[in-house]
Design a protein around this ligand. Structure first.
Ligand SMILES: Cc1cc2nc3c(=O)[nH]c(=O)nc-3n(C[C@H](O)[C@H](O)[C@H](O)COP(=O)(O)OP(=O)(O)OC[C@H]3O[C@@H](n4cnc5c(N)ncnc54)[C@H](O)[C@@H]3O)c2cc1C
Length: 507
């Protein structure tokens, strides 16, 4: 078992999908389950800030934000007390795997982030199965529902979020579940074993992941989505349509424009009723309608909240010595409720609670989906905003079940989507973050693909004299700059005179 400082000396890699930092040589990302083709080298910047004190750091919550804060504190303060208080029985675990490994059987051990010895070694105390009731910033005090009271020097509020459950009639029936913790995921697995059909309410990533896990268990799944298409906030229409087709190939029915009226059944679930008098028979229902930040204790304490707790770039709330981080906090009005974000916010909160000045900045977080025998990687703005004139350029010729699209606004790359083959995600992430111009992007890509060995050439149409320039491509026709003439589809025709590909000669 390692102490925090020893971990910092290892060669590390970063998972492009979920942002997890791991030791080089790790075969599967423990957070999101992808393999080394999605890992890039990562250099850990070790902090030089040190301030050893006898302070008590009270961390409310036991998720990744809380754990990251605790790590950051111990890295900076050898002698302080660190206590994490959380409702769950388990050691902090990889929450994203809950909807990714249901059908393989969830083992607590495989999900655990750090074994119990690690906490002992780093003198981080965990108080399990305890519920925080009240925070009293004026007295620097936290009370639990069982009457226990703790005084703190610094408090880090990291109570995360709960699943949002719309007030449907029938939502309290025993076969209805929303997945937020290990118990929920275990309940889904149990219900799946005794169900023939299921309705998943919500066509977001978690809903689709759950639909796929249930399908693998031979449960017939219908996903109902209120919006006109699945994942409307994360991916553009064309990608949504492709994913819907892929789902249908695997027997998952997706109903869009579907408004749930209620869940039917007297003692047990029998169906889900939609507006328009539509009933979908179901033995179980999974609600996947987003999350709700846990803010009740903050609101009662007078800590400023909108949808989540308002923090500045130091993760400081409106109270001195009270910080917030993770799914329960919002910075600049936003929280994407993602693992990397919670990890980073926790780290910043911990560092600042110790007295360092570390600022948090929003990053560009990718959206990923692995299931239905495909994988999706989407980053940035890939066609989700109304009224924007996107120029969409397809990547090179690829298989029918694959997609590679680049979204430009005024010639600047703003987003990209890879479906089916996500091996280029490292390069794509860099390009989107670098706001590449179209020509620059594809020339860079071509030279990267060919290691600079291939030169761009021109081909002349023998009928009308039109010149096809490989370097320029034909973006207006969806042909990316850098596309070799040989890679053009067999049915390519001259955009001027309509002559076929065989009418062209090298210039
Ligand atoms: C099924 C699932 C799949 C996901 N997949 C992905 C993914 O693929 N990629 C990605 O980036 N993100 C994913 N996420 C989101 C990601 O897991 C969260 O953003 C992250 O876990 C948030 O961490 P947190 O520490 O802020 O909150 P949480 O993980 O919610 O931790 C908060 C902790 O506080 C405890 N708590 C709450 N109230 C109290 C109280 N009053 N007293 C004591 N304890 C309390 C909770 O029990 C919990 O242990 C997924 C989430 C879920 C649920």
């Amino acid at each position: 078992m390692e102490s925090i400082k020893e971990t910092g000396k290892k060669r590390l890699v970063r998972c492009l999908v979920c942002g997890e930092i791991m030791e080089e040589g790790t075969l599967v990302c423990p957070v999101c389950g992808v393999g080394p083709d999605q890992f890039v080298p990562y250099e850990q910047i070790e902090t030089v800030f040190r301030r050893d004190t006898k302070e008590v750091f009270l961390i409310l919550g036991k998720g990744i934000a809380a754990l990251s804060a605790a790590k950051a504190i111990r890295e900076r303060n050898e002698t302080c007390g660190i206590l994490l208080i959380g409702e769950e029985r388990e050691l902090p675990y990889n929450r994203p795997m809950l909807t990714k490994s249901m059908s393989e059987g969830l083992s607590e051990e495989s999900l655990t982030i750090q074994k119990s010895e690690w906490y002992d070694e780093n003198r981080i105390l965990l108080l399990n199965e305890k519920t925080v009731e009240t925070v009293v910033p004026d007295k620097k005090e936290v009370r639990l529902t069982d009457g226990m009271t703790f005084l703190y020097d610094k408090c880090i509020y990291a109570l995360g979020a709960t699943s949002f459950i719309p007030p449907y009639v029938g939502a309290n029936l025993p076969e209805v579940v929303a997945v937020r913790n290990i118990k929920d995921a275990q309940k889904v697995a149990l219900l799946a074993a005794q169900s023939k059909s299921a309705v998943v309410i919500g066509g977001g990533i978690l809903g689709l992941e759950t639909a796929w896990e249930l399908t693998k268990k031979q449960v017939k799944v219908t996903v109902v989505e209120m919006a006109p298409r699945i994942m409307p906030r994360q991916i553009g229409a064309e990608t949504s349509d492709r994913l819907t087709e892929i789902a249908s190939i695997h027997g998952i029915e997706i109903m869009t424009h579907a408004t749930v009226k209620g869940i039917l059944g007297v003692e047990h679930v029998t169906a889900v009723e939609l507006e328009g008098d539509i009933r979908i028979p179901a033995d179980m229902v999974v609600i996947s309608c987003g999350i709700k930040a846990v803010t009740a204790q903050a609101v009662e304490a007078g800590i400023a909240c909108n949808r989540a707790i308002v923090v500045d770039s130091y993760m400081q709330t409106n109270f001195r010595d009270v910080y917030a981080c993770g799914d329960c906090a919002e910075f600049e009005g936003m929280n994407y409720a993602l693992w990397t974000e919670a990890t980073q916010m926790g780290k910043v909160a911990g560092a600042n609670a110790c007295g360092e000045r570390m600022e948090y900045q929003h990053d560009l977080y990718p959206v990923t989906f692995h299931g239905m025998n495909t994988s999706l990687y989407a980053i940035g703005d890939n066609g989700t905003r109304e009224g924007i004139n996107y120029q969409i350029v397809n990547g090179e010729a690829i298989k029918a079940d694959q997609m590679e699209q680049y979204y430009f606004v005024e010639d600047t790359l703003v987003g990209a989507v890879l479906l089916g083959d996500t091996s280029k995600s490292a390069w794509v992430e860099e390009a989107v973050k670098g706001k590449k111009q179209q020509k620059e992007l594809f020339l860079d890509k071509k030279s990267k693909d060919t290691k600079g060995e291939t030169e761009m050439e021109k081909y002349i149409c023998n009928v009308c004299g039109y010149e096809y320039d490989e370097a320029a491509g034909e973006p207006d026709n969806g042909i990316a700059p850098g596309t070799k003439f040989a890679d053009l589809p067999a049915d390519y025709v001259c955009p001027i005179c309509g002559a076929g590909k065989d009418e062209f000669d090298k210039a």
